[in-house]
Structure formats: structure tokens, C-alpha cells
Design a protein around this ligand. Sequence first.
Ligand SMILES: *[C@@H]1O[C@H](CO)[C@@H](O)[C@H](O)[C@H]1NC(C)=O
Ligand SMILES: *[C@@H]1O[C@H](CO)[C@@H](O)[C@H](O)[C@H]1NC(C)=O
Ligand SMILES: *[C@@H]1O[C@H](CO)[C@@H](O)[C@H](O)[C@H]1NC(C)=O
Ligand SMILES: *[C@@H]1O[C@H](CO)[C@@H](O)[C@H](O)[C@H]1NC(C)=O
Length: 736
Amino acid sequence: MPKKMVTILGALTVLWILFAASQAFKLDISPQDKTIAHIGDYLSLTCNTTGCESPSFSWRTQIDSPLHGKPRTEGSKSVLIMDAVSFDNEHSYLCTATCGSEKRERGIQVDVYSFPKDPEVQLSGHLEVGKPVMVKCLVPDVYPSDRLEVELFKGDHLLTTQMFLEAMEKKSLVTKSLEVTFTPSTEDIGKDLVCRARLYTDSETKERETVKKLQVYTSPRNTVISVYPSRRLQEGDTVRMTCSSEGLPAPEIFWSKKLDNGNQQPLSGNATLTLVAMRMEDSGIYVCEGVNLIGREKAEAELIVQEKPFTVDISPGPWVSAKIGDLVILKCVVDGCDSPTFSWRTQTDSSPNGEVRSEGAQSVLIIQYASFEDEHTYLVAVTCAGRKLEKRIHVEVYSFPKDPEIEMSGPLVHGRPVTVNCTVPDVYPFNHLEIELLKGETTLMNKRFGEEMSMKSLETKSLETTFIPTTEDTGKDLVCWAKLHSGELESEPKQRQSTQTLYVNAAPREITISVSPSPVVEEGSPVNLTCSSDGFPAPKILWSRQLNNGEMQPLSEDTVLTLMSAKMEDSGIYVCEGMSQLGTSKKSVELTIQVSPKDIQLTAFPSESVKEGDTVIISCTCGNVPETWIILKKKAKTGDMVLKSIDGAYTILKAQLQDAGVYECESKTEVGSQLRSLTLDVKGRENNKDYFSPELLALYCASSLIIPAIGMIIYFARKANMKGSYSLVEAQKSKV
Ligand SMILES: *[C@@H]1O[C@H](CO)[C@@H](O)[C@H](O)[C@H]1NC(C)=O
Ligand SMILES: *[C@@H]1O[C@H](CO)[C@@H](O)[C@H](O)[C@H]1NC(C)=O
Ligand SMILES: *[C@@H]1O[C@H](CO)[C@@H](O)[C@H](O)[C@H]1NC(C)=O
Ligand SMILES: *[C@@H]1O[C@H](CO)[C@@H](O)[C@H](O)[C@H]1NC(C)=O
């Protein structure tokens, strides 16, 4: 520290001491004048002095009662400690300090109060809509109670308020309360109930409040029970019952069952009550109770558990149709009974022929070979725990072993009545038999054999009808349809049927012959003769040729008779015959083969050179064609003279000179002609004549000069004709 600073500090100390010494003796108290303290709290009053080295203190109350506090003096200060504050501390305290001869005094008023807890809100009961309730607000351990104000609010609404002004008899802690009654409504749900207490003291106002949420309740109501599947049950069933109840708070559900003695047997606290495997003893009234804080409500449901009936099933069914000789098993099965007893009998109260086997819940009646005697109504009685059920099975036997047989009185012939007989053999029961005969879609006859049966036996039944078949029936089916109906109307009848396709025979009637290309043809052409015939079955065809002697020569059984290359001899009458068992029909056609003449022979007999007066026969014959026109002519410059010939022969009895010349024969048919000529030489006297030499012609022909040759041929030929020599030209012409 610097020397100068030390000096300054020392000076200040001296100054302070001087000042203190000059101060007057003074006393202070705190808190000043007045204080308020809560009962039970800690309170201290402090007295301090200034201006005195070592003062002495004393504490007292104004009325000189005990201090109820502990004074503690330390130097210039004295503290009075009150721990804890009580009613006894409510005084005016005086603090006295003495310094030498000087004396100072200070007073302080100490007030006490008590307001230790928040108000307590009490309700007379649960808040239930519509039901008045009393609310009480308690303010405990208050002092001074005449300074207390209490207010009760419901939400913002002031229910009541009170100032507790009554004078107190003595100092004590009291509990003050404020009550009000109101009726809650549903609007009150969620509102606050507020109790506010104020304690007014001289210096300040103490406030405490309690807030309570309004809990509004409703008593259980609309309590209902729903039952699934039903209130009526059978043994072994399961039932589920659900109970619902409305209320605030949500009611709890309690299930119970009413006992016979009037008590209730608690069952469950679950809204859903499930009862399984119900027994008849479980029948009764079930009670559901909805319970909450403020109430309870009941609902009841009556359950009826019925005895489960046992059932009896029969198989194959109530109506059994069994073929004679078949194995028949009638079965009876019981459900819902552990050990039933069975009894089989027939409706006529005889024991069945078959064997009965019963085991557990089923029983069978076995009929090995069904026969007429087994045709009965069987009754099976089942007894189970005193209960009895009876079922019936009707067994009918039948026989219907074969398809119907169709028989016809003869072959079907167009237009000829025929009798059809349809037979159904070994039928039982025939009075359920129906036979129907159909031709195509048309019913010819139908019969139900409904007659009474005098005894049980197999019978053969037949149905007969007559009809006239026509060729249109061919291809249609003749059906015999047998139906064996059952005694049980709903069931389908047993059916058998036989079918025959109809073929209706018809005698051949119309024979038609066609000749291709034509009935008149040239030799060498092909010819087809076609024969067709109607009739069913298709008639057999026979082609034959009528011979000159009237006999018939069979040729072919084919419908077409073919001549590859017709010859003249093929001309003639051809007959086609259609034949079947039912008859014969025939037709003929004439075939003409035309031939052009060939091989004409023109001869002069005895010679072509005769003497005057000789007899000459000029004869013309045609080799190939017997019937032809033969024209014999004598050529002359004035014109040809046709000679009267007999069978191609012309006789000159006494040859004259003028008979010499060219004779010509023409053979002619529809398809051609041929010419021949000869020259007759009649010698009587000497004659000079041109003579045509065939050798000369040959020479010409041999030459290449054909055209001039032909010219020459024509020339010579003309000349030759005159002289009756061979003519090549004419021969060629005849072929044209
Ligand atoms: C004593 O009293 C005076 C006034 O009276 C005050 O200023 C001072 O702080 C007090 N001293 C103590 C130690 O309390
Ligand atoms: C009530 O029953 C339901 C359904 O049967 C089940 O899930 C639930 O646990 C049960 N509650 C009680 C309390 O038994
Ligand atoms: C039909 O045929 C059956 C069996 O061949 C025969 O018994 C019956 O007499 C025939 N009916 C007539 C009417 O011919
Ligand atoms: C004759 O019939 C045969 C076979 O049917 C045929 O090939 C031929 O052309 C027919 N001939 C004539 C001339 O119709």
C-alpha cells in the first residue's frame, strides 16, 4: 500500500469515530409498528440501537402477560423469537433499551391468523341428473373466523356466498362451512364446482380456493338382453346372450340365474354370456343386472332347452324297387340315441324273410334273393329311452329282363297290310306295364296293361297292330317301347326298347330303257343300252335278246349293256327285265345297226360275152347286207333304164345285140351305197370298137402325173362305163 493512501484511510477512521461519538442514543424495532403471523409459523422481532456502546434490553407485553417468545441480545441488538406463533403471541410487544442513564422504548403490535388449508368441497351424494344434491364447502381451522368470506360457484354462476361476521367468544380455530342444494342437469357435466374462501386481515386478504369437477351420473337404464340363436334350444346347443345397459358411469354387467329356491346363482361379470352344451336342466330365467355407482337395473331372459329328438334314417328310401333275384339291403340308422333297439316286421305283422342284423345305432334287413314273397311294406320300430319311432319301407319287386321283341307278319310290301307284334317277356308286375308301338314319330298303338293280377307271376305281354306300309316308310324306325311303371308315381319308369328300321318292298313297275347314243347307229359305233327299274328291293336286271325264233338269249345282268363296236348282226330286239320276289316287269327296245353295202358282186351268167340268142342272167348280190336296195340299171345314152330284177337277178332270155352294154348295180342303205358295173358283150356280127385297156390305166397311175391321170381316169371311166368295165371312180364314189 502506498504511504499516502494509508494516511487517508487513517484520517477517515478518525472522522467516523468522531461522528459516532457525536450520535444520539436511538432504538429501532422491526418489523415496524405492526405485523401479522400465521399460527404455527416462526416470527422474530428485532430491536437495535445506535449511539450506545453496550445497551441493555428488556421485552414485555403491554399487559404484562408472558412473552411466549425467547429474547436474545447480542451487542446493540435484541431479537425476540416466537417459534411457533400461537394465540398467546397476539399482543402489543414493548422493547426497552437502556444506555447508561438514557432509556428508549418501542412497541409493536403482533396479530395472529389461521387459514392453513384450501376449502374442502363435500357432496351429499353422487350427482345424478334431476336429483337434488347438497354441496358443502368447509373451511377448516380459521382464525379469526369473523373475517372469513366464502363463495360457491358452479362454473361461472355464483351459487351462494357468506360473510361470517358473528363475534367470537374466544380465540380458537374454527371450521366454517357453507352449504347449498342444487339439482344437476346434463349441462352440468364437465363444469367446475368452485369454493373460494377469503380471510380479510388488517394488512392483507388471504384467499384459498378448491375446484372440483362436477361428476354427473345416470343410473343404469335400457338394460336389454339379446339371445342368439334363440331362447328355445335343443340339448347340446350353444347359446350366446349379450346384455347391454346404459348409464354414467357405464354400468357393469352381472349375469346370474334364478334358482328354484328364489336365490340367484352368479354366473359371469361379462356382458356376453356363452353357454355351451346346454342341457335340459339349464332351462330357466337368466338375469342380467347393469350396476353403476348410483343404481342398478335388471333384465331377464327365459331359456327353454328341449330334449333333442332322435332321428331315424332309412335307406335306400321309403320306396325300394328290387329286381327279382337281387340282393336287397334295407338299412335303418338312428341319430341322437346311444343304444336304440330295433324291431322289424311287415305290415301284415309277419316277420320278414330276410336276416336282421342290428349293431349300435344301426340295423339292416338283408334279403338275399328278392322274390315275390318279399314284396311288402316293412316297418322298423326304433325305441330309445322310452321313446319310440317307426319308419316304413315299401319293397316292390319287378321283373323286366329283356328288351321287347318285334315280330312282323311278313315282309313289308308297299300297300300290303302288315301286322306287327311286340312282345315283352317275363314281366312283373304286368299291370304296371305300358307298351307303345311307334312308326317314326307316330304312335301306332299304346296300351297300359292295367288289369288286376290274380296271382304274382311272370307274364309275357304283347301288343299287336296292323298298318299299311308305303315306300315312304323305308328308313323310318319301328320302335317298340316298353315301360314298367313303379307303384311310386314320382319315380321314373324302367324302360326298354327295340328298334327295327323299315324297308318296304315294292314290285318293279316302271322299266325305262335309254339307248346311247341312239337306237339306230352305224356299224362300228359303241352303243350303251341302259335299263332302270323302280321297286324295292332294287330288282335284278336281266338283259336278253330276242332271237328270230322267238327265244330269248340272256346277255347281261348289268343295268348297262355295252356294245363296244356294233355289228350288223347286233341289230334286233333287246329286252330288259326287272325282277324281284314281288314281280317282274319288262320292256324292249329295237336296235338297228346300219351298214354300208360292201362286196357287191355283179355277174353275168354264163359269161359277159355271149352270143346272140343266149340266155344271160345278170345277177347282183350284196355280201354283207342282206336287206338292201339293189337297183339294176342298163346305161344308155338316152338315160339309164332300171331293170326289173328279182332278188337282184335279171334274166335276158334271148340276148339281142342291143342287150350288149354297161350294166350297173347299185346297192344302197341309209348309210351308203356301192356301185358295180359290167359290160355285156353280145356277139352276133363283127364290130370295131374302142377298147379301154386296164393296162393303160395302170401305166398312167404309175406315172407321177396324177392330175392328168385322174383326168384320164375320168375320161376312160366314162368310156369304160359305157362298155361295162370295172370303174374305180364308181367304187370310190360308193364309199362317200
Ligand atoms: C439498527 O437500526 C438502524 C435504524 O434504526 C438501522 O439503520 C440499522 O441498520 C440497524 N442495525 C442493525 C444491525 O440492525
Ligand atoms: C368377456 O368375454 C369376451 C369374449 O367372450 C372375452 O374376450 C373377455 O375376455 C371376457 N371378459 C371377461 C372380463 O371375462
Ligand atoms: C305275338 O307274339 C307272341 C309271342 O311270339 C305270341 O304269343 C302272341 O300270340 C302273338 N300275338 C298274336 C296276336 O299273334
Ligand atoms: C357307255 O358307257 C360307258 C361306261 O358307262 C361310257 O364310258 C361310254 O362313254 C358310254 N358310251 C356311250 C356311247 O354312251
